[in-house]
Design a protein around this ligand. Structure first.
Ligand SMILES: Nc1ncnc2c1ncn2[C@@H]1O[C@H](COP(=O)(O)OP(=O)(O)OP(=O)(O)O)[C@@H](O)[C@H]1O
Ligand SMILES: [Mg+2]
Length: 461
C-alpha cells in the first residue's frame, strides 16, 4: 500500500525511487556518475531544478520505468501531480476522443453500459467481442455520455500495439500523456500505481483501457488502483475475456442483420428494400459505406436488397462491412455478395491492402484466423460441429444433435459467444434463445475442427 506516499515533489520522488531500487546514495552516485552531494541536495529539496542530463543519469542508474521518469520530469517542471490534476479535473475536464462518424444502432447496448457505469458498485467492466465488432466505438460513446452528462473526467488509454507510445525521457510530455503513460504501464503490470493514485485519489474518474487484449487476467496493480481510488471506474475493451473476480464482462455481438427472405419471395424479389433497412442497423451502416464508396449507385430496392444480403453474409460486423464496401471499386454489388457468401475472408480487408480499422494493425482476416486458433480444443471442436448446422439452433437442439450434455454445450457456447464467434439471434418465441455461428468463421471453424480429429483418434485408440 503506497497511496499515502504521494510522491508529488522531486525530492520525495527521487528518494522513493532510490529506496525502491534498493541502493544507497553512495551506490547511486557510483552508478550514475552524479556526485553524492548533488544527490543529497536533490533528495533534501535544496536543489529543485537539476539539469535534465542529471535527471537522465539518475533515472538510468535506477532503471526507472517510463512512468516514473515522466513523473520526475513533471516534478522538475513544477507540473507534478497537482498540474495533472488541474488539467484532468479542472474546468476543461479531460474528454474522451471524439468519434469521426455517427453511431448506428447500439441503443440497448449503450443504455446498458452507461447505466452500469452510473451505478456505484460496478467499477470494473469489460466490453468483450470479436475484432472490428464495435467495442471501441461503443466505449467511446459511453465515455462521451458520462463526460457530458455527469462531468466525469475520462482517462482514455489506447492499449493497442499501434498506439503512439509516450515520449521518451528526453522528450516533452504533457500532463495528460503522463497520465496515460502511467495507466498503460500499470495495466501491463508495471509501475504507475503511486502516480495515478496520487492524481486520482477520491475523485470520480473513468479510466478506459481500449484494446487491452492481453489476457486472461488483469494485473494486480490495476486492481490495487481500483482498491485505492474508491470512485474510479475502469472500462476495458478486449477481444479475449479477462477472468478476474469482480470484472463484469459485457459480450458485444455484431449489429443485428435482417432475417433471410422467406421462400415465398424467390430471390427476395417481392420484399421491398425499405423493409430491409427499417430498424436494421447493419444494413443502414453498410448502405452508408456503399454510398460513400460508390455515390453513383442508386439506392433503389434492388441495391438495398443486395446490400442487406451482403451485410448478413458479413454478419453485421462493422469493420468487415466497411472493408467490403471498398471492394465495390472493383466489383459489382452482385459479385461482392457472391464472394461475401462463399469466401467472406476475401473481402474483409480493405481493397487497398491497408490493414483497415483505425490506423493500421493486423488485418481482420488474420485476426479472425487468430481468434479461432486461440480456442481451446473443446470449444474449437464444438464450433466446428455447430458451423455445420443452419442458423437458429437452441442449446438443447445442439446438444441432442451432437450427443453431448446440454450443460457442456451451454458452457462452450458461452465461451464462443464471449469471443463473438457465435451470436444470439433475435426472437425467442418458444422461450429458448436461438444461436448461429458467424458466417465469417464457418470455414475456419470447420478447418480447425478437422485438424483436431487425428489428435482425438490418437487419444481414444
Ligand atoms: N455502431 C456503429 N456505428 C457506426 N460505426 C461503427 C459502429 N460500430 C463500429 N463502427 C466502426 O467500425 C469500425 C470498427 O469498430 P471498432 O474499432 O469499435 O471495433 P473494435 O471492436 O474495437 O475492434 P478491435 O477488436 O480491432 O479493437 C470503426 O471504424 C468504427 O468506427
Ligand atoms: Mg477496439
Amino acid at each position: 500500500m503506497t497511496e499515502q506516499a504521494s510522491p508529488d515533489g522531486l525530492a520525495e520522488q527521487l528518494r522513493a525511487a532510490r529506496q525502491w531500487a534498493g541502493i544507497t546514495q553512495e551506490q547511486l552516485a557510483g552508478l550514475s556518475t552524479v556526485s553524492v552531494r548533488a544527490i543529497r541536495d536533490l533528495e533534501q529539496g535544496r536543489v529543485r531544478h537539476p539539469r535534465r542530463e542529471t535527471l537522465r543519469l539518475l533515472a538510468g542508474a535506477m532503471r526507472l520505468s517510463d512512468a516514473r521518469r515522466a513523473a520526475l520530469e513533471l516534478a522538475v517542471e513544477g507540473a507534478e501531480a497537482g498540474t495533472v490534476m488541474r488539467e484532468a479535473y479542472g474546468a476543461e475536464l479531460a474528454p474522451p476522443p471524439q468519434p469521426l462518424r455517427r453511431l448506428v444502432g447500439r441503443t440497448e447496448e449503450l443504455r446498458s453500459l452507461t447505466s452500469l457505469l452510473a451505478t456505484e458498485h460496478e467499477r470494473l467492466l469489460s466490453v468483450v467481442g470479436l475484432a472490428g465488432v464495435g467495442k471501441t466505438r461503443l466505449a467511446q460513446e459511453a465515455a462521451l455520455m458520462l463526460h457530458g452528462r455527469d462531468r466525469t473526467p475520462v482517462v482514455w488509454v489506447d492499449m493497442t500495439g499501434t498506439a503512439p507510445q509516450p515520449a521518451g525521457p528526453a522528450g516533452t510530455r504533457s500532463p495528460r500523456s503522463a497520465l496515460t503513460g502511467w495507466a498503460r504501464s500499470l495495466a501491463l503490470g508495471g509501475r504507475g500505481l503511486d502516480e495515478l493514485a496520487s492524481v486520482i485519489r477520491g475523485r470520480a474518474t473513468l479510466l478506459v483501457l481500449d484494446g487491452h487484449d492481453t489476457g486472461p487476467h488483469l494485473t494486480p496493480p490495476l486492481l490495487e488502483l481500483l482498491h485505492v481510488c474508491e470512485r474510479l471506474k475502469v472500462l476495458i475493451t478486449t477481444r479475449e475475456p479477462h477472468r478476474t473476480p469482480g470484472n463484469r464482462m459485457l459480450p458485444l455481438g455484431p449489429l443485428p442483420v435482417p432475417a433471410p427472405e422467406p421462400p415465398e419471395f424467390p430471390g427476395g424479389a417481392a420484399a421491398p428494400g425499405a423493409s430491409l433497412t427499417a430498424g436494421q442497423p447493419a444494413v443502414e451502416l453498410m448502405l452508408s459505406y456503399v454510398g460513400h464508396m460508390r455515390p453513383d449507385l442508386m439506392p433503389g430496392d434492388s441495391l438495398v436488397r443486395t446490400v442487406a444480403r451482403i451485410s448478413r453474409a458479413l454478419d453485421g460486423v462493422p469493420r468487415a462491412m466497411e472493408a467490403a464496401a471498398s471492394w465495390l471499386l472493383l466489383r459489382s454489388p452482385a459479385e461482392l455478395l457472391r464472394i461475401a457468401h462463399s469466401t467472406p475472408l476475401d473481402v474483409v480487408d480493405d481493397v487497398t491492402g491497408d490493414a483497415g480499422g483505425d490506423g493500421g494493425g493486423e488485418g481482420l482476416a488474420a485476426l479472425l484466423v487468430a481468434a479461432v486458433a486461440r480456442l481451446d480444443d473443446g470449444p474449437a471442436a464444438l464450433l466446428g460441429d455447430l458451423s455445420l448446422l443452419p442458423d437458429g439452433w437452441s442449446a438443447d437442439e445442439a446438444a441432442a444433435g451432437l450427443s453431448a450434455t446440454p450443460a457442456s454445450v451451454v458452457r462452450d457456447v458461452h465461451a464462443l459467444m464471449l469471443r463473438g464467434l457465435v451470436r444470439r439471434l433475435p426472437g425467442e418465441e418458444d422461450g429458448a434463445p436461438r444461436f448461429g455461428v458467424l458466417n465469417l468463421v464457418r470455414r475456419l471453424a470447420a478447418e480447425r475442427a478437422a485438424s483436431l480429429v487425428p489428435a482425438t483418434a490418437l487419444v481414444s485408440s
